[in-house]
Write a protein that binds this ligand. Structure first.
Ligand code: LMG
Ligand code: NDP
Ligand code: PMR
Length: 400
C-alpha cells in the first residue's frame, strides 16, 4: 500500500487525495423522548471514594529508545534507492483491552506499524499484547495514567526520550461509571469520567501536537474516539440521561464537587451523563483541533463511532444483568453490535487507510461495514461551544 511505502525523506513524501465517503447510509434517527433517569440501577459498584483514591501503584519503567529511526547509512541508501520503508509509529491510549487492544493488534499484524500501547496498567497491557499474539517487535508498552496530569506529562517526556517520530495518536481510553452514586476524582481533582476521557486526552494531544507536526510520514493523524450515545440526533443518544454540556458552568468551576458541580453543565452528579458529556467533549475537541491546526500542520483530525462493542470492559461497572442482556440486545434488537475485532479493524482503518485522510470528519460504518462521514448532533458540532470548551480546558490542564 502506498501509505506504507512512503520514503522517510520529506522530499519524496506522497500526498493523498481527500478521502471520499463511500456510502450514504446514515445511522441517524430522531427520537425526541425525554424520560426521567429515575430508573437508575440501584446497585452500587465498588466505588472509590475521594479519600481512598490513590495513585496507581505501577512499576516505573524506563523506556529505552528503539531503533525505528534510520541511521545515516540507511538514509543514504534510501536516497540512492529513492524510496525506503519505515514503520509508522502510532500511540494508542487504553490499548490494554477492548477497542484499543483490537486496534493495536490489527495495526501491528500488518507489520507496517509500531504500536506504542499507552496504558495505566503496564503488566496488564503486556499480558494482553501477548495473549492476542501481537508480534514483540511491533509494540512497546509505555505507562500512561490519563487521570493524572503528572503522568500525562511524564509519558510525553518518556516518549520524546525514546527518539521515535510520532505519526498517529489515537485517544481511545475511557472510563464509564454508570452505577456510581457519588463522583470520584482524578489526581488533580476533576470528576473522573470527564477528567480521564476529555481532560487527560486534551493535555496529551496538546503536548504531542508538535511531534505530530514534525513527522515526515505521508499521512499524520490525531484520532479521538467519540460515540453515538453523545449524539442526540440518534435514538441511542436519546436514551436517558442525555448528553448536555449546557453553558459549561460546571467545567469553568473546575468539576471538583467542592463548592462547584462535578458535572460540566453544573447539575447533579450522574455517571452515565458524565461519560456521554465526555464523548461530546471528545468530538468537539477533534473539530476545534481541525479548525485551529489542520491547514498549518496538514495533520488529519478525526473522530469516529466504531459501532456498539457490547462485550468490552467499558461496561465493567454496570450491573451484571445489564452485562448479560446488553450484547444480545444490541445483536438482535438494535443490530448495532460489532465485535471487538471488527471495531479494531475500523479504527485501524481511520489510522492508516489512504482513503480516510479527510480532516474534521466523524466516521461511522453502515451495515455493510463501509465507512461514511456521519453527521454530529447540534451540540456536538457547535463551533462556539467547541471554542469555549477549548479555552476552559486549556486553563484546567495548566496550558493557559
Ligand atoms: C440508564 O438507564 C442507567 O440507569 C444508567 O446506569 C446508564 O446505563 C444509562 O444511558 C445509559 O441508562 C436508562 C434506562 C432508561 O434504560 C434501561 O435501563 C434499559 C431498560 C429498558 C427496559 C426496556 C424493556 C425491556 C425489554 C427487554 C428486552 C431485552 C433487552 C434488555 C437490554 C438491556 C440493556 C439496554 O431507559 C428508559 O427510560 C427506557 C426507555 C428508553 C427510551 C428510549 C427508546 C425507547 C425504545 C423505542 C423503540 C425502539 C425499539 C427497540 C426496542 C427496545 C426495547 C426492547
Ligand atoms: P475498555 O474498558 O475495554 O477499554 C478502555 C481502556 O481505557 C482500557 O484499556 C483501560 O485500561 C483504559 N483506561 C481507563 N482509564 C484509564 C486511565 N486513567 N489511563 C489510561 N488508560 C485508561 O472499553 P472500550 O474498548 O469499549 O472503549 C474504548 C473506547 O471506545 C472509549 O473511548 C469508548 O468511549 C469508546 N466507545 C466504546 C463503545 C462500546 O460500545 N464499547 C462504543 C463507542 C465508543 P485498563 O485496561 O487498565 O482498565
Ligand atoms: Mg444503547 C438503536 C440503536 C442503539 C444503539 C446503536 C445503541 C448503542 N443503543 C441503541 C438503543 C438503545 N439503547 C435503546 C432503545 C435502549 C433502551 C432500552 C438503550 C439502552 C442503553 C443503555 C442502558 N444503551 C446503552 C446503555 C448503556 O449503559 C450504554 C451507554 O449509554 O453507555 C454510555 C449504551 C449504549 N448504547 C449504544 C452504545 C454504543 C452504548 C455504549 C456506550 C458508548 O460508548 O457510547
Amino acid at each position: 500500500m502506498a501509505l506504507h511505502t512512503a520514503s522517510i525523506l520529506p522530499s519524496t513524501v506522497s500526498i493523498y487525495k481527500e478521502g471520499k465517503s463511500n456510502s450514504s447510509l446514515k445511522e441517524t434517527a430522531f427520537f425526541g423522548v425525554s424520560l426521567s433517569s429515575n430508573l437508575k440501577a440501584e446497585f452500587s459498584s465498588s466505588l472509590i471514594s475521594r479519600k481512598n483514591l490513590r495513585k496507581k501503584e505501577l512499576p516505573l519503567v524506563t523506556i529505552k529508545a528503539q531503533t525505528a529511526t534510520t541511521s545515516p547509512a540507511i538514509k543514504q541508501a534510501a536516497t540512492e534507492e529513492k524510496k525506503t520503508l519505515r514503520k509508522g509509529n502510532v500511540i494508542v491510549t487504553g490499548a490494554s483491552s477492548g477497542l484499543g487492544l483490537a486496534t493495536a493488534k490489527a495495526l501491528a499484524e500488518t507489520g507496517k506499524w509500531h504500536v506504542i500501547m499507552a496504558c495505566r496498567n503496564f503488566l496488564k497491557a503486556e499480558k494482553a499484547a501477548k495473549s492476542v499474539g501481537i508480534p514483540k517487535e511491533n509494540y512497546t508498552v509505555m505507562h500512561l495514567d490519563l487521570a493524572s496530569f503528572d503522568s500525562v506529562r511524564q509519558f510525553v517526556d518518556n516518549f520524546k526520550l525514546s527518539g521515535r517520530p510520532l505519526d498517529v495518536l489515537v485517544c481511545n481510553a475511557a472510563v464509564y461509571l454508570p452505577t456510581a452514586k457519588e463522583p470520584t476524582f482524578t489526581a488533580d481533582g476533576f470528576e473522573l469520567s470527564v477528567g480521564t476521557n476529555h481532560l487527560g486526552h486534551f493535555l496529551l494531544s496538546r503536548l504531542l501536537l508538535e511531534d505530530l507536526k514534525q513527522s515526515d510520514y505521508p499521512s499524520k493523524r490525531l484520532i479521538i474516539v467519540g460515540s453515538i450515545t453523545g449524539n442526540t440526533n440518534t435514538l441511542a443518544g436519546n436514551v436517558p440521561p442525555k448528553a448536555n454540556l449546557g453553558d459549561l458552568r460546571g467545567l469553568s468551576g473546575g468539576l471538583s464537587g467542592v463548592n462547584s458541580s462535578p458535572m460540566i453543565d453544573g447539575g447533579e452528579f450522574d455517571g452515565a451523563k458524565a461519560y456521554k458529556d465526555s464523548k461530546v467533549c471528545n468530538m468537539l475537541t477533534m473539530q476545534e483541533f481541525h479548525r485551529r491546526f489542520h491547514e498549518e500542520t496538514e495533520i488529519t483530525f478525526a473522530s469516529l463511532y466504531p459501532g456498539c462493542i457490547a462485550t468490552t470492559g467499558l461496561f465493567r461497572e454496570h450491573i451484571p444483568l445489564f452485562r448479560l442482556l446488553f450484547p444480545p440486545f444490541q445483536k438482535y434488537i438494535t443490530k448495532g453490535y460489532v465485535s471487538e475485532e471488527e471495531a479494531g479493524q475500523r479504527l485501524a482503518q481511520v489510522v492508516s487507510d489512504p482513503n480516510l485522510t479527510k480532516s474534521g470528519v466523524y466516521w461511522s460504518w453502515n451495515k455493510n461495514s463501509s465507512s461514511f462521514e456521519n453527521q454530529l448532533s447540534k451540540e456536538a458540532s457547535d463551533a462556539e461551544k467547541a471554542r469555549k470548551l477549548w479555552e476552559i480546558s486549556e486553563k484546567l490542564v495548566g496550558l493557559a
